[in-house]
Design a protein around this ligand. Structure first.
Ligand code: CA
Length: 232
């Protein structure tokens, strides 16, 4: 099935460039060049991806992103002409999935689109993983969510709330590979959007603490391009 992408961009040349490159990769591209036309089109056509320019005639990218998020979880990459704008946009917590700054190479756009799509549609677990995931967490990990205490091989860990929830989740299903997306959706209680790097740093800290407490017997490993798993 082809992925339908909406390119909201008022610079005709730039829009055409993105269409050319994304079409080469098999995406079904549509361009809208005015902010006021976006919402109705999205509701009617339900694109699977939106590239959203910030400065537009009519409604701007910020209002559009907010409005789309009120009815849809479609992945959105926001496009801005100024790199310093990205921090401000992040601060607004618009719920966009990624940000690209102009000028960009069309190849970069294609790569980012694919990366966001991978994140929002994690690869299904293999049969093998499903079987292994039925295993029980080992007796060497004791987690008491009410008291917020986690003990590994008799050592009580000092964990942040996010690390605590990560440990709880990962240890319930040894050897199951969890995607970053899944972990983000399940350890953050406030639907906050965090970058992959933020999740990676929580994992890194938890990994260190567990490795030390278990003297290397419990391992959180990175499964390249997929996510993380805990093994014993
Ligand atoms: Ca523009």
């Amino acid at each position: 099935m082809t992925t339908k992408i909406l390119i909201v961009e008022d610079e005709a040349k730039l829009a055409q460039l993105m269409i050319d490159y994304l079409s080469l990769d098999g995406f079904d591209c549509h361009n809208i060049n005015h902010g006021d036309l976006v919402i109705d089109w999205v509701k009617e056509q339900q694109p699977q991806f939106i590239l959203l320019d910030l400065m537009l005639p009519g409604k701007d990218g910020i209002s559009l992103c907010r409005e789309i998020r009120s009815f849809s979880n479609v992945p959105i990459i926001m496009v801005t002409a100024r790199v310093e704008e990205i921090d401000r946009l992040l601060g607004l917590e618009l719920g966009a999935d990624d940000y690209i700054c102009k000028p960009f190479s069309p190849r970069e756009v294609v790569a980012r689109v694919k990366s966001v799509l991978r994140r929002s549609n994690p690869a299904p677990q293999t049969h093998n993983n499903e079987v292994v995931s039925e295993a029980k967490p080992p007796k060497n990990i004791i987690i008491d969510p009410d008291k917020f205490i986690a003990t590994v091989y008799g050592v009580e860990l000092e964990l942040t709330p996010i690390e605590f929830r990560l440990l709880d989740l990962l240890s319930q299903s040894p050897n199951r590979v969890f995607s970053r997306e899944y972990l983000m959706n399940n350890v953050y209680t406030d639907n906050r959007i965090v970058s992959d790097r933020t999740m990676d740093s929580h994992i890194k800290n938890l990994r260190k603490k567990i490795k030390k407490a278990s003297e290397g017997k419990i391992i959180i490993s990175t499964v390249y391009g997929v996510g993380y798993k805990m093994s014993f």
